[in-house]
Design a protein around this ligand. Structure first.
Ligand SMILES: [Zn+2]
Length: 447
């Protein structure tokens, strides 16, 4: 079993641990409901004490209804010699997700109507689903079609599509306040590594890290089937959404492409500005995308009735890598170093959120004499000048109305030196944190 040692902060080590978890979860045949999701959540439970929720089929969830539960034991197409020419046991992508049970002989022409291939990528098996339209089908590599020369085939999909449950996992890490950071990933894809298991591994690694840290915020992790899972969670937890201050949907977090952040619907929420600032100062190529109502579960979290400050953290967006939803999204496509990079970046984002406070300069009439207090030029090293500049910016803008993120943005400094400067000035009683009430004209001192 993969073990996330709390001390594993070495990027190499954490990347390999995350990759091992992806590899452990990869073979499971998942869908939006069914035993594959349960098995996945039980494996995640070995790392974090996840609560598993079961919501019955037929439960109304806003404009939707929790669907029937789907499970599949086996599926194949056999030729006249009884050989499996398409075999679910070799790849769970071969069966169209949510296929109704079928077992009969069909002509080659009829079979062809139920086959899906990718002519442009003839070696890859596509992944297809039919959640809300009851049908059956198989997916296969396009170059295997030529093997299907017989007039008749026997097809079998040994599946069940019956009333059951939708299953999701939830893990709440309480902090000093009930204000929450929501971190959500999807658990509904079968053997696809980047699109979805990399997000799961990232969420698990972050949960393990945060559990060891002092936390101002509470952190809520969701492991849910895409779309119907977030709709179901929102419908059952509408009141709890009032506590969500920031959120990220974690998806496609393990491919070798550069980091990408898709902003929340608000566009200028603290999470949007924080991720943008961390990426800008990361020294690596990255991209910020505006919100669009297409993508992962941010579509639901950012629907107008909720409009939560939830963005989407990814590497290459789903529409931009050809391996997306094919057998080529495999364990080789996901790289330990990319997983580690996603992990350290989101950690930096969460750390910035934790420390983004607003302070009041307690000596606001002219600059305080820092040398007398022994804090001018006390931060050694080559970045001493930058640290001093950060201190001057923090002192100047800490009028109770500018957060540390505001100061970082206005000064052009990275967040960390601004935060360190504020910590030092706070230690020397030159700053005091204030609490700001949204819209209040006068900030109050923290009690
Ligand atoms: Zn997907």
């Amino acid at each position: 079993m993969t073990s996330f040692t709390p001390a594993a902060v070495n990027p190499d080590e954490i990347g390999h641990e995350m990759h091992r978890l992806v590899a452990e979860l990869y073979p499971i045949c998942r869908s939006i409901t069914g035993n594959g999701v349960r098995e996945t959540l039980r494996l995640v439970q070995k790392h974090i004490s996840l609560a598993i929720h079961e919501v019955p089929t037929g439960t109304p969830v806003f404009d939707w209804t929790v669907p029937k539960e789907w499970n599949v034991a086996d599926a194949w197409v056999k030729n006249g010699r009884g050989e499996r020419v398409i075999d679910f046991q070799r790849s769970n992508l071969h069966v169209v997700g949510y296929s109704v049970p079928v077992r009969r002989r069909v002509s080659r022409e009829e079979l062809a109507k139920h086959l899906h291939t990718l002519p442009d990528r003839p070696d890859w098996i596509p992944w297809r689903t039919s959640y809300y339209n009851e049908t059956w089908g198989f997916c296969l590599a396009h170059n295997r079609l030529a093997d299907l020369t017989e007039d008749e085939y026997e097809v079998c999909i040994d599946s069940t599509l019956v009333p059951g449950h939708l299953t999701y996992g939830e893990y709440l890490l309480p902090g000093e306040t009930t204000d929450e950071v929501l971190l959500s990933c999807h658990v509904c894809h079968p053997s696809l590594a980047n699109d979805n298991m990399a997000g799961v591994a990232l969420a698990v690694a972050l949960a393990r890290h945060l559990a060891e840290q002092p936390r101002r915020y509470s952190y809520r992790f969701l492991f849910i089937p895409g779309t119907i899972g977030s709709i179901t969670w929102l419908s059952r937890n509408e009141a709890a959404t009032a506590n969500i201050r920031h959120g990220l949907v974690l998806a496609c977090a393990g491919d070798p492409g550069p980091l990408t952040y898709k902003k929340s619907r608000r566009g200028d929420a603290e999470i949007d500005r924080t991720v943008a600032w961390v990426l800008k100062h990361s020294g690596r190529r990255s991209e910020i995308l505006d919100f669009s109502p297409y993508g992962y579960d941010e579509r639901q979290f950012c629907s107008p009735g909720f409009d939560l400050p939830v963005g989407c953290f990814m590497r290459t967006p789903h529409s931009r890598f050809p391996e997306y939803h094919t057998s080529a999204d495999n364990l080789d496509f996901v790289r330990p170093e990319a997983l580690a990079d996603s992990y350290t970046t989101v950690r930096a984002v969460l750390s910035a959120l934790e420390h983004n406070r607003t302070y009041l300069n307690l000596n606001p009439k002219c600059e305080p004499q820092l040398g007398r207090r022994g804090i001018y030029r006390t931060i050694g090293g080559t970045d001493a000048a930058a640290s001093e500049l950060a201190m001057l910016w923090v002192l100047n803008l800490s009028d109770g109305r500018h957060s540390l993120l505001d100061i970082a943005e206005r000064s052009g400094c990275a967040f960390e030196p601004i935060r360190r400067a504020a910590d030092l000035l706070h230690q020397h009683q030159l700053l005091e944190p204030v609490t700001t009430t949204p819209g209040a004209a006068n900030p109050r001192r923290a009690v």
